[in-house]
Design a protein around this ligand. Sequence first.
Ligand code: SF4
Length: 119
Amino acid sequence: MSSRKITCIVCPRGCALEVDVEAGTVTGNTCKRGAEYGIAEATNPVRTLTSTVRVVDADGAFVDMLPVRTAAPIPKGLLFDAMRQVDAVRAQKPLRRGDVLVPNIAGAGVDLIATRDLI
Ligand code: SF4
């Protein structure tokens, strides 16, 4: 039996889950959301990537940093590639919250977006 112990982070209660990956069963959860989280975390863990990108002027000179995040969680295995793409971004004003800085980041099918305005 291949079981994994995972702490559920869906709500502050933090139930201690035990996931049997082969059987696809979860114990220790208090609610259905925990079971879904446990299976997903054990089989395809995902994270929302949050970071900042450089904002430059027309000459390429640094002017500011812009907070960004992925529009949805992406597989953990793609985070390193995604961060390399984040590091290469040189955005220019004006920027609006929700603007796409990197479409389909790391081939995850999810965009990297601005999380605030920078006018
Ligand atoms: S199993 Fe349900 S109650 Fe327990 S931490 Fe997860 S979401 Fe919260």
